[in-house]
Every structure is written in structure tokens, then in C-alpha cells.
Write a protein that binds this ligand. Sequence first.
Ligand code: FBP
Length: 551
Amino acid sequence: MSVSPLQKARYAYSPKLPQILKEDITGIKIELGTPTESIADQVELKKMFPHTYGGPVGVITKGGNPDAGTAMNIGVILSGGQAPGGHNVIAGLFDAIKKGNTQSKLIGFLQGPSGLTDNDAIEITPDYMDTFRNTGGFDIIGSGRTKLETEAQFDKCIEVCKQRNIRALVIIGGDDSNTNAAVLAEYFMSKNAGIQVIGVPKTIDGDLKNEHIETSFGFDTATKTYAELIGNIERDANSAKKYWHFIKLMGRSASHIALECALQTQPNVCIISEEVEAKQKTLASIVEDISRIVITRSNNNENFGVVLIPEGLIEFIPEMKKLISELNDLLAHHEAHYTTLRSFEDQSEWINKNLSRDSSYVFSSLPSNIQRQLLMDRDPHGNVQVSRIETEKLLIEMVEDRLNEMKNEGKFKGKFGSLNHFFGYEGRCAFPSNFDADYCYSLGYNAFVLIANGLTGYMSSVKNLSKPASEWVAGAIPVTMMMNLEQRHGTKKPVIKKALVELDGAPFKNFAAKRDEWAVTTSFLFPGAIQYYGPDEVCNQPTKTLLAEHE
Ligand code: FBP
């Protein structure tokens, strides 16, 4: 296979490790603290996780651990959406395993969790591993969104692991996949299966974070990739001075990606879904805010600008949230009848009849392309697929209508030329930044240390990330500690709490302090492409979100 010069150069990059992980692998151990509690619903969670609840937080320290030298087979799974750095998690894990014992094997289950239940796997060999080091993508073993949640699936997992003599599984995934990993760990313990489960925090969305998981991997590279593109568009807008660019940014629910990109590029508008919800802003009031900024800039002779829109926005606007929740219920409970309705007209007529009055009004007022998108297939969790709803087009259409009204009232005399963009898939498989390459390698390497120390139901943690890698702190966090109970499909389920943008947190406050100025005075910042080689301030900086959170 031919490879690009950059890919070849990246094969040779040596990811940095925290100081402690550079020690001999049999000379490091985990020091455990005192038992922990979940963030809420302690009594119920203790009952649900009798074997794994409340494990102590662990820190890696010097100390003999001969078990690290035992030959063993370990399985690895990539779960959910791609995130830059996944290959390096596997590389770190692979190298640590082989340092322990060259006879140890890493088995990669193919296309996500279904690879485990289908017993579809490959052994990752040294040569194969070398062709994926420091590269983007999940194609080393593929990924998938199958949920492991039934006892029949869990029993199948035990059967496959026994057949392959697998001692531990490493599940690389987001909040849902790590929740499922914890449930699997508990099940294995209850059956005395002797199989450990370790999670690794992945997602470009940046919403799997807390005191011990400072960021999920992939967020750094994805936001830098989007920020490069946004900066390029800003410069284009500033050169031609004729378009308003409405840019939707991936991030299923939380607005961390949009916020980080705003901090990096200083656009005229960036909507933060969490603020929309907190202030109970309607779609009309969001449109009004944008229209006013367009008019103010137009009065200054600047008929151009950039608006950032988080992918999940639609579900945070109160009237849309209500509509989507009613649609989800209707489609879930009347699936059989709904699938008999062939044409969009029949579908929307039936939907309108069955929605509440308010929601029916909202649904009818939407353009038909958005109505169609709201009715598309649900994801495996029964949720609407927000990445397929063209909120950026909806906002353009509504702003245009509002500006026309204002024009008729003599309040707007300028021009409004618009273009729409959606950045999501462009950033998920980029070559990982040095930060993600180092962080992911460390997470994977550390996952093996957790296994060699006999832990299960834990997540690999690497902290102190705003400092140079040599000062990073490697540790182990019990997954139950991050859990609470949430309503899912009518029942209370244990889940890792999603981290949304905190309106009293430093990243949002930094943005809020500047946004009025950025709205009116063109203040664009052009971050440029991710740099892999060069001075530290250019190629080894974490995100502004991470830095602000650690100020
Ligand atoms: P994960 O939470 O699995 O990491 O995926 C996140 C994400 O990239 C979201 O930002 C986006 O809404 C979704 O995946 C898109 O899903 P798909 O890849 O299935 O189209």
C-alpha cells in the first residue's frame, strides 16, 4: 500500500508518555485510595453493581508487579463514532503488552462490539500495528454502534473470550460504551468469568469528562481541524465581504466543540445549546438575535459574517425538544402502523393528528425538508439523528424571512447573502495532533497497567494534561463513580453522566466576555492547520477549553 509522506513521517513519531509509565513495566503498580461513591443514586447503584461498586481511585506508582510479565491474551474493541487517536490507544496497549511479555497477544474484535458477540477478530501483529501508528481513523479494526446489553450477549462474550483465552477486554468508547463496559465487568464478576474489562474515554464531542477524566480523546484534533476550516472561511468572508456563513459543528448533544472552535476563531455568532436551554430561548428569539447582529454589521458596511451552530441545538430549544420527544415516542410506540404509511404526506398528516396541539403547530411551521429530517430513522438508542438535521439551513431560511420583514418595515437596508456548511465527519479521522497522539498512546499503555494490576470496571485515566506529558499523572478510575440513574425508554438506567457546557465554567465565561465585541467588530482569528513538527507553542498546545478549565 502506498502512503503519503506525512503518513510515513508519522509512523516514526514517538508518542510521549507520563514519566511513571517510562519505568520498567514490571516495576510499576497501582496505589489504591479509599472506596468511592457514585455521583448520585448511591443506594440503587450499589445494588445494581454489587461486585464492582465503589472501587477506590488508583494512581500509578513505582513498585514491583511481576504479573505484568505474564503472557496473556487481551481483546480490544473500538465502539461508536471515530475519534482521532484511536489507533494510538491500540498502539500504546500493544507496546505495553509486548513489554510485559513478547508472547502476549492483542486480539482486535472487528467493527465494534458486534465483533465480540460474532467472534469476528484478528490478532494484531507488530507489522500490522506499525502501519497505523499516529494515524487517524479506526480502520485498524473498524468500529460499530451495537450495544452490549442483554444477558444472552454477555454470555456469548464469555464464551468467545474463553475460546480465545482472553483475560481482559479494553473497550474504547464514549459514555454509553463505557457504561456498557461497566455493566459487562459486573456481569463477568457475578459469573466468576475471570475476564477483566477496562474502558478508555473516547469521543470528539468532549462530553465524557469529569474531575478524573480531563478530556475525552479526539476532541483536541477534531476541534483544531474544524477551527482551521472556520478560520479559512472567516478569511474568505473578510476578503470577499459578501457572505454570511452558517456553520453547523458536530457534537451530538453538548456544545463543547462549538465553544472551543469559537474560542479559537472568534466568529460573529456562536450559539451555545446549554445557554439556549437555560434561558428557555425560542427558535424565533435565536433568529431575532442573529438578525440584529446582521443588521448592526450591515449598518457598519460589513455584509458578511460567520455563525457557529452546535449540532445538538435543535434538542435544546424548548418547543423543539418537546416536539422531538413526542415524535420519538410516537415513532417508537406506533412503529408497525407508521411503516405502512408510504408517502411523506401521509406520514406528516398522521404525525400532525397525533401530536399535542403545541407540537403540531411547531411541526407545521417548519420547512418540509426539516420535517422530513425529523422523521428519519432513529439511532440505536431511539433518538433522532441530529447530525442529519440541517439546522444551519433552517436558521438561514428563518433569518432571511425576518430580514425581509425588517426590510419591508424600513429597518434593514443591507444585503444578506448566505452559505451553509456542516463540519463533522471531516474532523473525526484526521491525523491525531501531537496532544492526541501522546494522550491516546498513554491511555492505551496505562490500560495494560490496570489489567496487570487486576482491576476491572475501571477507566484508564491520564491527568494534569495542561502540563507537558512528562508531568501527566496516570491512574485508574472506577466507572461506577461517574454514574447516576437516568430515565431511558421509560425505565431508570445506570449511565455515566454526560458533561454539558457549564455556564459558570471558565471556557464559557471567557467566550461570554468577548462575544458582543466579536459580533460587531470583525475579530476573526486564523488558527491554520494542525502542525506536527515545530516549536511547542505551535504544535504542542492543548485546547483552550482544557487550558481555561485548569487556569
Ligand atoms: P461518539 O459519541 O460515539 O463518539 O460519536 C459522536 C458523534 O461523532 C457525534 O458527534 C455525532 O452526532 C455522531 O457521532 C454521528 O454518528 P454516526 O457516526 O453514526 O453518523
